[in-house]
Design a protein around this ligand. Structure first.
Ligand code: SF4
Length: 260
């Protein structure tokens, strides 16, 4: 018989234990916000004409273990490949929402086998089944903002809190919101440094790098999906259309909230 607990609740030994909230893989932050912002200012001068490789080297030398690369295993697998060339063993986070295409999971597995990086999944607190039980099935159809909040925004906020800087695959040609992205920016939302080494790259630049270095790429990229997210919210795009028009098609949503 279990020990009585406060408030008449059953003791932990007689009830199902809640899933513990995961913690960040990062080492924590040592620099202050002011120090990090100063680094952004310096970098924007020093890296004004830098190549993606030079930007990756700067990021490694500046942040070391407090640097993490975000990879969606969609059109950005060249990013962890490129960064790991200059920062071997770098942490790489993959936001595993539980709704990915099989091709996306396969790309993650192939990348783990082909680069020198610490690739790990970042997962929501709830499984898809647990979310369905609490909010009902297909929350993405009824409230995609909440679904993205639960399955993307909260998990990545939690993960990024353990690092001083993150590297993203943002490219200026992705959409109008990203047209003015800098190579090193202050991320107001996450209160950290955001590094975008591929900001000036075109889609063809990405494919060329992947071909030269034999980087695993998501097979959907060449099957009409220039922008790939969760399977329920991603549709193929016709030739010449906005590459991200297949994301949340038919509703007024263009970003999941990670880069806002
Ligand atoms: S992209 Fe769609 S399925 Fe994925 S978290 Fe957002 S609303 Fe949910």
């Amino acid at each position: 018989m279990g020990t009585p607990s406060r408030g008449g609740q059953p003791s932990m030994s007689t009830q199902t234990q809640a899933t513990p909230t995961p913690v960040s893989h990062g080492p924590g932050r040592k620099r202050s916000v002011a120090e990090l912002k100063a680094l952004v200012e310096q970098a924007n001068i020093a890296l004004a004409d830098a190549t993606a490789e030079q930007i990756a080297t700067w990021a490694d030398e500046t942040f070391g273990k407090s640097l993490v690369v975000a990879c969606s295993m969609a059109g950005d697998t060249v990013l962890p490949h490129l960064v790991s060339q200059h920062a071997p063993g770098v942490d790489v986070l993959f936001l595993n929402t539980g709704y990915h295409f099989a091709e996306t999971i396969g790309t993650r597995d192939a990348l783990i086998d082909s680069i020198n990086a610490n690739i790990f999944d970042v997962t929501p607190v709830q499984t898809v089944a647990e979310q369905d039980a609490e909010y009902g099935e297909k929350l993405y159809e009824r409230n995609p903002t909440l679904c993205c909040q639960l399955r993307k925004v909260e998990p990545i906020n939690r993960e990024l809190a353990g690092y001083e800087a993150w590297v993203t695959g943002i490219r200026r040609e992705d959409n109008a919101n990203r047209a003015h992205a800098g190579v090193v920016e202050w991320d107001e939302t996450h209160q950290m440094v955001k590094v975008n080494p591929l900001a000036a790259w075109s889609f063809d630049d990405v494919l060329e790098y992947a071909s030269i270095h034999q980087v695993p790429i998501n097979l959907l990229l060449t099957a009409g999906y220039p922008s790939i997210g969760c399977e329920p919210c991603t549709q193929p795009v016709a030739e010449g259309e906005d590459p991200r028009s297949g994301r949340w098609a038919g509703i007024a949503k263009t970003e999941c909230g990670l880069h806002l």
